[in-house]
Design a protein around this ligand. Structure first.
Ligand SMILES: [Zn+2]
Length: 71
């Protein structure tokens, strides 16, 4: 299952391998016994997240696996 989190500055993206900056959001994807961490850019590139326009603001939304809901 996927979870959206906020970095404390000690998280590395599994896609582009950069450190996710403090207070930046990232996605945790848990599959069986593997855990993949993706930064916002990688989540967007891989289709795990999207921006939603709401009252003129762009809000980042992560997709949660299976149910098609939002985290
Ligand atoms: Zn990344």
């Amino acid at each position: 299952m996927n979870r959206g989190c906020v970095s404390l500055g000690n998280v590395q993206c599994g896609g582009c391998h950069r450190i996710v900056a403090h207070s930046e959001r990232y996605l945790i994807i848990e599959e069986d016994d593997t855990t993949l961490i993706l930064c916002v850019d990688c989540s967007l590139n891989k289709g795990y997240a999207h921006y939603k326009e709401d009252k003129g603001e762009r809000i980042l939304t992560f997709f949660s696996e299976g149910v098609g809901g939002e985290v």
